[in-house]
Design a protein. Structure first.
Length: 144
């Protein structure tokens, strides 16, 4: 019984961190998030806003583009290198996360908590945000 519940949890994490919450398609840039922390392809949100009848239940609270924030994600270089290896069969144990924390390098795969700063959209692990102990985004402050 424990085996099946672990597989269900793994599948749920896969969906949450790699698929658009509205369309269930693979996340691709630009990615946006709502105030509830759900991830969406921006294209899916735009289509939903143009035709409200297509809005899934998980996105009914999004009324306009001000209700979502475009995220500044750090791509995982290892993900691109290993994306097309293998025989095409899906094996979650060998899958790498598409994005990583820019501070600590941990993968955004559901094992670690991630958060984003609403003002700038920068995404990092919760642990990194606690270690930095600042109210200013480290990426934005480096650009100034």
């Amino acid at each position: 019984m424990l085996f099946y519940s672990q597989k269900d949890k793994d599948a749920e994490l896969h969906c949450k961190w790699r698929l658009c919450a509205a369309s269930q398609e693979e996340l691709r840039s630009p990615v946006v998030a709502c105030e509830l922390g759900r991830l969406f392809n921006k294209e899916s949100i735009l289509e939903m806003l143009l035709d409200k009848s297509k809005a899934p239940e998980c996105a009914k609270h999004i009324r306009n583009l001000k209700d979502v924030k475009e995220l500044v994600l750090t791509a995982n270089a290892a993900f691109k290198k290993n994306a097309n290896k293998g025989d095409g069969a899906y094996d979650d144990s060998k899958q790498m996360a598409q994005y990583v924390c820019p501070v600590l390098g941990v993968e955004m795969n559901g094992k670690f908590r991630f958060c984003f700063i609403w003002t700038c959209g920068c995404v990092m692990s919760e642990r990194a945000l606690k270690e930095i102990k600042t109210t200013v985004c480290h990426k934005v402050s480096l650009l100034i």
